[in-house]
Design a protein around this ligand. Structure first.
Ligand code: FAD
Length: 275
């Protein structure tokens, strides 16, 4: 397989840097082709601005989605953005790796998404009418590919459990899993989360590294999170609400967008180790 790992940590000698090396080495040992986009090392420009749309007349008002669509369709995206789009088209599997910073991804990675997910490529795809709301949430240009997160946290596993004060990790990662990865079509694998990173000694690092190698070995076979597909019949059009009768009684929030049989086992879905 072809794998793109997008890495967002400023220090190569970090825990994240060490885990990235473990993942890449295992993938290469298995014969996969791997590319790494190391965003800090690349000096990735993390903000969308006028410089992203050189063809835009200097007196024209910038409307980001329109400018993005025009540049995408005219093959006029900046070379850094086009390069990342080419890698996404190339890769069968996308891995995003980052430390959890303020309960989400570091700004540089969010800026990668903002800029690389061009209109017409990652959103604004397919028919938009009163009968159909585009190709998204399970359909789109990245359908048929797989994606997963490698995330490290300072907080403990219990802090991110079903009753943990930080909120459940599945909820915190939902905007990335569902909004950034499932939206343009990826099948999303359960995340690999390393908790309590302030307390990592050599034995725990080795155990974590082996668990990560196992996830790399099972990239093609790990069942994906079974989100409901937008155009699979579960949602009303154009309100995009879940149809009455779907979703377990009393269930609200993010879990509604899992197929009912999976939502029933939600608290256990992302295994949280003790500690
Ligand atoms: P490092 O600091 O590099 O290392 C962590 C530990 O791993 C150290 O003990 C180190 O000795 C050990 N280690 C590193 N490399 C190796 C190796 N090769 N072999 C063995 N041991 C090794 N946490 C939360 O839970 N929620 C948040 O919202 C949150 N927000 C944050 C916001 C900011 C701005 C910052 C800076 C941190 C935040 N944190 C938060 C904590 C953050 O998630 C962790 O600090 C981070 O995940 C640790 O990953 P790292 O790669 O930076 O680890």
């Amino acid at each position: 397989m072809k794998i793109l790992l997008v890495f967002a940590h400023p220090e190569p000698r970090s825990l994240n840097g060490a885990l990235r090396d473990v993942a890449v080495a295992e993938l290469q040992r298995l014969g996969h082709e791997v590319q790494v986009s190391d965003l800090y090392a690349m000096g990735w420009k993390p903000v969308v601005d006028r410089a992203d749309f050189p063809a835009l007349a200097s007196d024209e008002r910038l409307v980001v989605s329109a400018g993005s669509k025009a540049a995408f369709e005219a093959d006029a995206l900046t070379p850094d953005v086009q390069g990342e789009i080419d890698k996404l088209r190339w890769a069968d599997v996308l891995i995003l790796q980052f430390p959890l910073w303020w309960f989400t991804m570091p700004a540089i990675l969010k800026g990668w998404v903002d800029r690389v997910y061009a209109c017409g490529f990652a959103y604004g795809v397919g028919e938009h009418s009163d009968k159909r709301w585009g190709d998204r949430y399970g359909e789109g240009n990245l359908a048929g590919k797989r994606a997963m997160l490698i995330v490290t946290t300072g907080g403990w596993g219990t802090h991110y459990g079903a009753r943990g004060v930080n909120g459940p990790i599945d909820d915190l990662l939902f905007p990335i899993h569902h909004g950034i990865l499932f939206y343009p079509g990826y099948d999303v694998l359960p995340p690999f989360v390393v908790y309590q990173t302030g307390r990592i000694d050599e034995p725990r690092f080795e155990a974590t590294a082996e668990q990560l190698r196992e996830r790399m070995r099972t990239l093609a076979s790990t069942p994906s999170i079974s989100y409901r597909r937008q155009n699979g019949g579960d949602y009303l059009i154009p309100s995009m609400e879940l149809r009455p009768g779907l979703g377990a009684p009393g269930r609200t929030g993010f879990a509604l967008h899992l197929r009912d049989e999976d939502a029933a086992s939600l608290p256990q879905r992302t295994a949280i180790p003790a500690g």
